[in-house]
Design a protein around this ligand. Structure first.
Ligand SMILES: Cc1cc2nc3c(=O)[nH]c(=O)nc-3n(C[C@H](O)[C@H](O)[C@H](O)COP(=O)(O)OP(=O)(O)OC[C@H]3O[C@@H](n4cnc5c(N)ncnc54)[C@H](O)[C@@H]3O)c2cc1C
Length: 351
């Protein structure tokens, strides 16, 4: 009979950081189970933008905690993440400059490298963007993007060397319980007995919890970004809060550009090619924000999905009907930047 202290379900960046933090906390027998291969889910498709400021202070705090850990190279070196520093602008046209100043001061006090720009300052420092309708921006000089798949593979390799049992191609079918207490998992290989299960199964998480009310709080949602070649590609990333348009440099001369997609409860077993209607919407929106739009060539993009939750900060909670089982999912397009913080939350919940 196979027994473990903790089983972590899901080999994405959240599962990897959760297993890493549990291992560091001194838990001995940890198994990480991935039904296909490491990075099969959102992690393998992610844009990998790592930045701090969000309009929701709770999300900013999680992102700051994650950012500090990435910067301090706590669990992964910059090389292992393939981190590229580009700087990042959060352009604000909704909230007033004074609100931005307040939140910026709070984050500065908490150790974020962050500055606030008026629209005039923005226009003179970043003329590659149009600033006429903006109230200002938050600028993070140290922000950038990483390769989440590379990072997750590097982290899981380290974990295997530290004695965490890593299983790929093994699916968890069911979480076993006795009188509301977790006792193990039934998998495609064998039953593993354990008092604690951490569900880090991204958009698949609710399928494992179909009998529990928490499953209603997690929904799958499409994410699509485009790859374009612009005449004057900006070297800085940005998000434009008025329409949630975002962008970052992509490889050497290309630019990744995206807008939210309003497609919910999708079939997560089948990824599809990109939606060309969405591509048109992205290009249309981007033409309002980039100064030198002119000739643009597009090179497709990527369509995938993530688990979403109300508020977007995700759910890291013990399941009321399944004592001993914790869910860590619903990170709503932000899971990479907050993954180290999520790992810390899970350790706090277990201790
Ligand atoms: C296109 C795109 C762009 C994004 N851009 C950014 C960005 O710029 N910055 C940012 O911070 N975030 C971004 N995100 C979001 C981020 O990538 C996700 O929030 C994060 O990767 C989620 O990680 P996860 O480990 O929770 O889930 P996933 O990566 O989806 O991993 C879940 C894993 O669980 C496995 N699994 C599922 N069910 C089972 C089972 N029963 N048994 C065993 N294994 C199972 C799956 O195979 C999968 O590998 C983006 C996402 C997408 C799709």
């Amino acid at each position: 009979m196979k027994t473990m202290d903790v089983v972590v379900i899901g080999g994405g960046i959240i599962g990897a950081f959760v297993a890493c933090k549990l291992n560091k906390s001194g838990i001995k027998k940890i198994a990480l189970l991935e039904k296909l291969e490491i990075g099969n889910g959102a992690t393998g498709q992610s844009g990998g933008i790592v930045r701090v400021y969000h309009s929701d202070p709770l999300l900013s705090d999680l992102a700051l905690e994650g950012f500090k850990e990435y910067q301090a190279e706590c669990d992964l070196s910059e090389q292992e993440c393939a981190f590229t520093r580009t700087g990042f602008l959060y352009m604000e046209s909704v909230h007033e400059f004074a609100d931005l100043q307040r939140e910026c001061s709070r984050l500065l006090t908490n150790g974020a490298a962050i500055e606030i720009l008026s629209a005039q300052e923005g226009a003179s420092r970043f003329p590659e963007f149009k600033w006429n309708d903006l109230n200002g921006a938050i600028y993070e000089p140290d922000a950038g993007y990483m390769d989440p798949l590379l990072a997750t593979k590097a982290l899981t390799r380290k974990l295997a060397n530290r004695g965490v049992e890593l299983y790929e191609g093994i699916e968890v079918y069911e979480i076993l319980q006795e009188q509301g207490q977790t006792i193990g998992v039934r998998t495609s290989a064998e039953t593993i007995y354990c008092p604690h299960v951490i569900i880090c199964a991204g958009a698949w998480s609710s399928a494992l919890l179909s009998d529990c009310t928490i499953s209603e709080r997690i929904r799958s949602k499409s994410i699509q970004f485009q790859i374009a070649k612009l005449q004057h590609a900006p070297r800085t990333g940005f998000i434009d809060s008025s329409m949630d348009l975002y962008s970052r440099p992509y490889m050497n001369d290309f630019t990744l550009i995206g807008l939210p997609v309003d497609e919910w409860d999708i079939d997560v077993e089948h990824r599809t090619s990109i939606d060309l209607g969405q591509e048109r919407r992205v290009l249309q929106a981007a033409s309002h924000r980039f100064s030198h739009w002119g000739e643009v060539s597009t090179y497709g993009g990527r369509k995938s999905f993530d688990a979403y939750s109300v508020g977007g900060c995700g759910i890291v909670e013990e399941i009321p009907e399944l004592k001993g089982t914790i869910i860590a999912s619903g990170f709503s397009g932000s899971g990479v930047k907050i993954a180290p913080a999520v790992g810390n939350r899970v350790v706090q919940l277990l201790s």
